[in-house]
Design a binder for this molecule. Structure first.
Ligand code: SF4
Ligand code: SF4
Length: 441
């Protein structure tokens, strides 16, 4: 079968410098938070310096690390719950917070690279308990859950990747009292320009962006965990953990195709075969891919930040293809983060990143836009100025691209053997779990 080459359909690629500069600016300068949040109450000194020195922002390299995993909540949340329960904004006592999942009880999702000692969460992760305790107090719930995803580490590859803890909080009023005390301490320090009464942060010794301006070396108030100590029962909840894992497996199956499925039809074919069989076996693999997606999700959010209304999602309905095409400033836009450590020259882009161009081409053709925008974020390129590239891509003959998209949907629907489907880019095959079945080994 002749392979479809998107290259000849790309008529122009222009690097868009002004958009790049605007995006870099919004990435670097984050607005100082104007309300007191639950996370401020976990680290009062940092909350103080964040407001007093909004010009101090972590370098992008460090932000990348901080972002890794932050989007995990969202992806994980969508797999185990539904939209109306995710990222619930709450406010009480002049304090704001956002609960990751809130159906019946608050659920906080965490990711970590350091294995957690399941026996003593209170000792090893008191801040997790404090945060959940505050959410519980704010919504008047006497119990909550903490779900921890532990990234696989070489030293202990066999540990379960997902652990759920059930925690009770018998005395919510005492938690609220402590929250008010911390809130007032912070407000007082901000008014008097004096952070000396604020306790040092629990991660005191680690690298902090405010260490040059912080008074923690001379401060006398130690870190404390009064709220964590107010927790009642804490136990590892393996039943919930199992339920979450099976919900995750269920969430993957759907009769509809996404646009990504027609970019990589062979992978979609195998994934469906796997799902049509018994329950998903590679949960660890799935969790890991969620974690990796976290970074790009966070970046996407960060790019959107400060530009409400500029992002839209346009539904594509060509049954059984159902998806949303994201437009930014009315242009279909995709953001990708290749693992390359140097930039790819403009003229080599369609060949090197043929799958990005295919995806953008499909997005454009299915929504009738001749121009799309490709944002490439090179996380491994150390030079800040070269990390993000913005390209405006013009396609020609949209009808032919759309026809190819619909041909792939039809092929996917009817395929009885994988060889009937277009191949993925060949560099992907050596890393692919299906290479044996696909005849690419
Ligand atoms: S230097 Fe230490 S105490 Fe000060 S804000 Fe940073 S982590 Fe907190
Ligand atoms: S082996 Fe290659 S062509 Fe087959 S599904 Fe994997 S990446 Fe795609």
């Amino acid at each position: 079968m002749a392979e479809f080459d998107i290259g000849p359909y790309v008529s122009r690629i222009e690097a868009n410098r002004s958009i790049k500069d605007a995006l870099m600016h919004s990435l670097k300068t984050r607005r100082p938070p104007y309300r007191i949040s639950v996370t401020d109450l976990l680290n009062l000194k940092q909350a103080y310096f964040k407001r007093k020195y909004p010009e101090i922002v972590p370098p992008l390299e460090k932000q990348q690390l901080m972002w890794a995993g932050t989007g995990f909540h969202k992806t994980f949340g969508s797999a185990v719950s539904s939209e109306e329960y995710l990222e619930q904004f709450i406010e009480a006592e002049g304090i704001v917070g956002k609960i990751d999942i809130y159906e019946k009880i608050p659920v906080e999702v965490k990711t970590t690279s350091t294995p957690v000692d399941t026996k003593d969460l209170l000792q090893y992760r008191p801040a997790y308990i404090e945060q959940l305790g505050m959410y519980c107090a704010m919504v008047n719930a006497h119990e909550g859950e903490i779900i921890i995803y532990q990234r696989p580490v070489e030293e202990s590859p066999s540990t379960s990747p997902l652990v759920a803890y059930h925690i009770t909080f018998p005395n919510l009023e005492a938690i609220r009292e402590e929250m008010r005390r911390r809130r007032d301490l912070l407000v007082q320090a901000l008014i008097s320009n004096d952070p000396s009464n604020l306790p040092v942060c629990p991660w005191f010794n680690r690298q902090c962006d405010y260490s040059q301006v912080c008074d923690c070396k001379t401060t006398s108030v130690p870190a404390s965990h009064e709220i964590a100590e107010l927790a009642g029962e804490i136990y590892v909840d393996s039943t919930t953990c199992e339920q979450l894992l099976s919900k995750m497996a269920g969430s993957q199956s759907s009769q509809l195709f996404r646009i990504n499925d027609i970019v990589f039809p062979r992978k979609a074919y195998f994934e469906r075969l796997k799902l049509n069989g018994e329950v998903l076996k590679e949960k660890d693999e799935y969790l890991r891919s969620m974690d990796e997606r976290g970074f790009i999700d966070a970046l996407r959010d960060s790019l959107r930040y400060g530009a409400p209304g500029e992002v839209q999602r346009i539904p594509v309905q060509h049954a059984p293809l159902a998806d949303l095409v994201q437009t930014w400033q009315n242009v279909p836009t995709i953001l990708r983060d290749p693992k390359f450590s140097s930039l790819v020259e403009r003229e080599r882009l369609p060949r090197t990143f043929s799958h990005y161009f295919l995806r953008l081409g499909f997005d454009c053709a299915l929504t009738k836009h001749a121009q799309g925008r490709l944002l490439v974020y090179y996380a491994k390129v150390p030079k800040e100025d070269a990390k993000l590239m913005v390209y405006d891509v013009t396609f020609k003959n949209l009808d032919a691209i759309e026809a190819e998209a619909l041909r792939r949907v039809e092929l996917l629907e009817k395929a009885s053997a994988v060889l009937q489907l277009p191949k993925c880019p060949s560099w992907m095959c050596p890393y692919c779990d299906y290479r044996l079945e696909c005849g690419e080994a």
